[in-house]
Structures are given as structure tokens and as C-alpha cells.
Design a protein around this ligand. Structure first.
Ligand code: SF4
Ligand code: SF4
Length: 100
């Protein structure tokens, strides 16, 4: 049995477990992976045609359909890979640098 208290590191005021080991079941929603990003996607909702391509291809599952049929990105979990921006057929997602 691993004693997680003994294998923690402090990075930027945040305690993390070595090897990013999950300490308990069902904890994924609590891990706000958006902090890992260097670029973030910004959607131009005026141009979005609601095709769902970004939603289908996002490896993080952090895109969801809005009531108006367009798709929005949950930046708490988006890791900034840029697949959505690359694959959007009308190029209405732009990747912009994160500001620190
Ligand atoms: S940048 Fe990557 S992780 Fe973020 S919403 Fe687009 S496809 Fe998903
Ligand atoms: S891929 Fe582009 S046009 Fe299609 S739903 Fe996503 S943002 Fe809208």
C-alpha cells in the first residue's frame, strides 16, 4: 500500500502526487487539467455552424453542446492540444497564447 502523504511534491504552490497517481476513484472531475495549457481555444460563435466536429474529436471530452446548438469548451479541462481548431470546418476556433 502506497502512503500518498510521503510521495507528494509541491509545484507552484500545488501539491501533486509523484507519477500523477490517482489517490481515489472518481476523482477525475476534481483534476482541473486546464492549468497545463500554453494556448487556449476561443470559439467565434457567430461563425460556428454546430457541426459537432470539435466535440467528436476533442481527446479530453471537454466540449459540450449549448442550448442554441453551438458547441462550447470547458477551459477547466481543455489541455490546449489544438485539434478542435485544426479540424473545425469553418475555422471558427482560434488558439491564442495563455497569459500568465
Ligand atoms: S484544444 Fe484540445 S483539449 Fe482543448 S477543446 Fe480543443 S480539442 Fe479539446
Ligand atoms: S467544429 Fe467548429 S463549426 Fe463545428 S461545432 Fe465545433 S466550433 Fe462549431
Amino acid at each position: 500500500m502506497i502512503d500518498f502523504e510521503k510521495v507528494k511534491l509541491k509545484v507552484n504552490d500545488k501539491e501533486i502526487t509523484i507519477g500523477c497517481v490517482l489517490e481515489s476513484n472518481g476523482s477525475t472531475a476534481n483534476l482541473k487539467t486546464g492549468a497545463w495549457r500554453s494556448k487556449r481555444p476561443v470559439v467565434d460563435f457567430d461563425k460556428c455552424i454546430g457541426c459537432g466536429t470539435c466535440w467528436m474529436l476533442c481527446p479530453e471530452g471537454c466540449i459540450s453542446k449549448r442550448e442554441d446548438g453551438k458547441f462550447e469548451i470547458d477551459l477547466d479541462y481543455c489541455k490546449g492540444c489544438g485539434i478542435c481548431a485544426n479540424e473545425c470546418p469553418v475555422k471558427c476556433i482560434k488558439m491564442i497564447m495563455e497569459e500568465k
